[in-house]
Design a protein around this ligand. Structure first.
Ligand code: SF4
Length: 514
């Protein structure tokens, strides 16, 4: 019997290690021979720890299973598909999974994340093997043709960025992966790194071959110790298998990779602050130009991409640009792993092609609010994302459609709030977050956020609200137009969306408009 118990940190937080130990102990006590595999998570977190058993028809699931329920699971003969009140049937048939379009997360939750053998058995390294036979410009063209845009939030075409680095003349170039996933309600980067790290390693290796870079860095937030451990183990296994390091697969090409641990500053998710941090300096934003593609890490041409962008690359190479491009809508091509969090019944990861609506994600997947009350607002794209009201829930996930309603797709994270939320307090929180996380380099962000908190305090305390709201709008204007980076530029998104969509939370006096 092969039994699977996830090792993803969400599952661990819910007791997966204890469940796995109890299963091993119980099997031994009953004289049953089992192979226990620690797989990744399927991303259906309300079912964790999700125990799966391999059968001829596919894997059957039981969940959530805590350690003290394991003996009863054996009593129910779960290894032979016996009846149990937490039996879920075939895991692949669970609607939450079945309705997804898992192109990129196809192995996540299925394989042992650090087993190279498992990765190879599930279409791993097909993209790299193809890339090795191609000219660098042809690899860049394939990525350009796929329509892939930066999944970290900026949505810049990945192929164009790579083309700039490919064309730059330098003795050294770098690939830098931004894995400082600091947005509230986001965890797709973490799941890649913990649950299928070879996908990212392969994507970065292909990027290296494409632009002529021989060194790569993965900048991982320090709050992700399991990601760091799994990446390091997978890097060693990839090297031992000849897929990384010197003379990759006998091609004479080199690509080395190392993991850098971040130190907990949100602003280091901004690409130039990240470069400073990797170089060992304080994480301060650099003015652009020069573009990092030309003068980046240690002053050399650098590709900077997010985890999801880079880990889409193996699939684009193995299946072809045409295959990838066929998913999505408008200029938003392919799929996006969306993360459903906050006040929802079924929080988790949902990979769907662009075009899916907020309403589908919140209700068809998320099951509505956990509290049973109406969902009033959803913040999309992290702490600097707009709050979207019910009237915008039919907006399709598409970079341009979101921009048209003054919102952003960001990194695909959704945080839902029910009707008990106080949107004025949420607006204050956005200013406070900016105040706490500002790198301090430019005035609109450094001083503006501090003044913003003060103004919000006066609005909440009902002190001359119309005048304070006018002041708040002015301040937001200055922050949007005068800040050096997205931290200051985007803090007005949650503030103004709260004010414009939920004016009733800002008092009963007439609102001052822009
Ligand atoms: Fe730093 Fe804020 Fe200016 Fe960005 S906007 S450079 S975080 S002070």
């Amino acid at each position: 019997f092969t039994v699977f118990v996830p090792r993803d940190s969400t599952a661990l937080a819910l007791g997966a290690n204890e469940t796995a130990e109890a299963i091993a102990k119980e099997a031994k006590a009953r004289g049953i021979d089992i192979k226990l595999v620690r797989n990744g998570s399927r991303g259906m977190f309300w079912l964790e720890p999700l125990v799966e058993v391999a059968t001829d028809a596919g894997r059957i699931g039981f969940g959530p299973i805590e350690a003290d329920e394991v003996a009863a699971l054996f009593d129910a003969d779960f290894l032979n598909g016996g009846k149990h009140d937490k039996a879920l049937g075939l895991v692949e048939e669970i609607p939450y999974l079945k309705k997804q379009e898992r192109l990129q997360f196809v192995r996540v939750g299925i394989t042992d994340p650090v087993s190279l053998e498992d990765y190879l058995a599930h279409e791993g390294y097909v993209g790299l093997k193809k890339a090795i036979t191609m000219e660098p410009a042809a690899i860049v063209q394939e990525v350009t043709d796929s329509g892939l845009r930066g999944r970290g939030g900026a949505a810049f075409p990945t192929g164009i960025k790579w083309k700039t680095v490919l064309g730059a003349q330098a003795d050294q170039k770098y690939i830098a992966c931004n894995a400082d996933e600091g947005d509230s309600g986001t965890f797709s980067d973490r799941m890649v790194m913990e649950d299928d790290p070879f996908m990212l390693i392969e994507g970065m290796t292909i990027a290296g071959l494409a632009v002529g870079a021989t060194e790569g860095y993965i900048y991982v937030r320090s709050e992700y110790p399991h990601s760091i451990a799994n990446l390091n183990e997978a890097i060693e296994n990839a090297k031992a298998g000849g897929y990384l390091g010197e003379n990759i697969l006998g091609s004479g090409r080199t690509f080395n990779l190392q993991v850098r641990k971040a130190a907990g500053a949100y602003v280091c998710g901004e690409e130039t602050a990240m470069l400073e941090s990797i170089e060992g300096k304080r994480g301060m934003v650099r003015a652009k130009p020069p573009l990092p593609a030309l003068v980046g890490l240690f002053g050399k041409p650098t590709v900077i991409n997010n985890v999801i962008s880079l880990s889409a690359v193996p699939l684009i190479l193995s299946r072809g640009a045409e295959f990838y491009k066929n998913y999505g809508m408008g200029r938003s091509r392919g799929t996006l792993p969306m993360q459903i969090a906050g006040n929802v019944k079924y929080g988790g990861l949902v990979e769907k092609a662009f075009g899916v609506t907020l309403r589908e994600l919140l209700y068809d997947f998320g099951g509505g609010s956990e509290s049973g009350r109406p969902i009033r607002a959803v913040q999309v794209g992290g702490p600097l994302g707009a709050y979207m009201p019910e009237s915008l829930f039919d907006t399709p996930f598409d970079y341009e459609a979101f921009a048209a309603v003054d919102s952003t797709v960001g990194h695909g994270g959704l945080v839902a709030f029910d009707d008990t939320v106080d949107m004025a307090k949420q607006a204050r929180y956005a200013m406070h977050f900016c105040k706490a996380e500002s790198c301090g380099k430019c005035t609109p962000c450094r001083i503006g956020s501090t003044r913003g908190v003060e103004v919000m305090d006066k609005i909440i305390a009902n002190q001359n609200r119309p005048q304070q709201i006018r002041l708040l709008r002015d301040l937001c204007d200055v922050m949007v137009t005068g800040s050096l980076c997205a931290m200051g530029n985007m803090t007005p998104f949650p503030v103004l969306s709260a004010l414009n969509h939920f004016p009733e939370d800002f008092g009963d006096q007439p609102l001052a408009t822009a």
